[in-house]
Ligand binder design. Sequence first.
Ligand code: ZN
Length: 192
Amino acid sequence: MATKDSIITLPNPRLRERSHKVREVTDAVRKLAADMENATLDWEASRDHELGVALAAVQINHLVRLVVVRNDFEDKQDRSFLTLINPEVIQTSGKPEYDHEGCLSVKDVYGLVPRYPAVKIKALNLQGQEMRVKAEGFLARVLQHEIDHTNGILFVDHVTSREGFFHLNEDGHLKPVAYEKVLAAGILDEGL
Ligand code: ZN
């Protein structure tokens, strides 16, 4: 079983690679999805102020276009997930809006990231059937973040200003962090 220790973090170059398409939804794919859920919940159990919202397979070092997303972002007791195989954004609407984002693969750094407020996603489910998801608000943001992972893109790549990086305090509040520190941590692919 994958655990929080299976999660890879920047500057691991694997996170910048494009994942492969799932050709057939087999038991191996379902096992990988279960591993991803376990790793996410195990990570959450180690954090006081954060919810393990979602994970892409590359984050446990499998270059597979597979994403798991928590069904309920409000209730930690709900440990169920939605699985999306080969997910693609097929439609966006509205103008991108800025909000804070974090990532299990970016240690301790948060960023202000623009995302479309509403998206339509096409994917396969665990039975190999095609599905569509219409999402807005936080779920739309999460899906754009996760689909980026399948293409080797991280939220830090979307931060548009040197003032757009933050740390999480012990009390759960975000505090600005110096751009130079972010750069030194090897989190950015290239400087801003
Ligand atoms: Zn992430």
